[in-house]
Design a protein around this ligand. Structure first.
Ligand SMILES: [Zn+2]
Length: 280
């Protein structure tokens, strides 16, 4: 049976959808914990291939040496991670489950405050030390202003995050080649896809896998269809895109946020600017 015009409009032909910046349909983000000296080599690698990473730092460990690992110096934080994102990971990398609520607050707040004084911008996210996360910790993290926090639960899929405070990555870097082809050739019906890779830079040294991550960076960096972003850029953009408001008829869209959102509508590529309307 043939659909009426109204039914056809409702069935989706007329609908708009948001895409990633510059109308891209795939995004890649990296997330690296613990701020050890191997971050220097990893940042250098990301810079060479024009990729972006988020680095989760333990401010209380900066400059310390002599343990299992040597750590980045406080004075080099700002310059080293320039163009990437500095994020929290607890002041002393604690087991949060062994702390009082007051200690939890101090661990997060002092990490955030110290990192902000070093890199001169608001530090807005974190990853959970030892992968521990539970409702009380999430509440404390939100209370000190964390906007997202990464777990170590590999989703092994490319779905967009819906709970930024329990943000499951796609996979640890050791598994990334097993998913790379699926990511690069994801069919359109999968919608927007995000590959979120996490790990520790010292693992490349310990496991002698620097060549592996370099090969990955090399192969992915030539793909123009991928948006390379930090964790907070993904969070900020998705929040803006999901925050668009429209009429029920979807013929008038308003962007109440502060970021340009990229749209597709009947095959056309459009943008809706901050605090502006778009009318079809
Ligand atoms: Zn850690």
């Amino acid at each position: 049976m043939k659909k009426s015009k109204e039914q056809e409009e409702i069935s989706g032909m007329e609908k708009y959808r948001f895409l990633f910046p510059e109308w891209k349909k795939r995004a890649l983000t990296f997330s690296y914990d613990d701020c050890t000296e191997c971050d220097r080599r990893l940042v250098d690698l990301f810079d060479r291939y024009h990729l972006k990473g988020t680095f989760h730092l333990n401010a209380g460990k900066l400059g310390t040496t002599g343990g299992d690992e040597d750590y980045i110096l406080p004075d080099e934080v700002e310059a080293l991670y320039e163009g990437h994102e500095v994020s929290c990971h607890g002041y002393f990398h604690p087991f949060f489950s062994e702390l009082t609520k007051g200690q939890m607050l101090t661990e997060l707040l002092e990490d955030k405050r110290t990192l902000e004084r070093l890199c001169h911008y608001p530090v807005r996210g974190m990853s959970y030390p030892f992968g521990e996360f539970y409702d009380e910790l999430v509440d404390v993290a939100k209370a000190v202003g964390m906007e997202y926090s990464r777990t170590v639960e590999d989703s092994m899929n490319f779905n967009l995050p819906t709970d930024f405070m329990r943000w499951n990555p796609t996979c640890h870097h050791n598994k990334v080649f097993s998913l790379l082809d699926d990511f690069l050739h994801a069919p359109d019906w999968l919608g927007l896809t995000l590959l979120y890779v996490w790990g520790h830079s010292f693992e490349f040294e310990r496991e002698n896998t620097w060549d592996m991550i370099e090969e990955f960076c090399k192969r992915i960096s030539v793909r123009d269809e991928i948006w390379f972003a930090t964790n907070i850029e993904i969070k900020e953009y998705l929040t803006a895109a999901r925050g668009l408001v429209s009429t029920v008829d979807e013929n008038i869209i308003y962007n109440p946020g502060g970021i340009t959102v990229y749209l597709e509508h009947k095959g056309d590529r459009l943008t809706v600017e901050p605090r502006s309307f778009l009318r079809f």
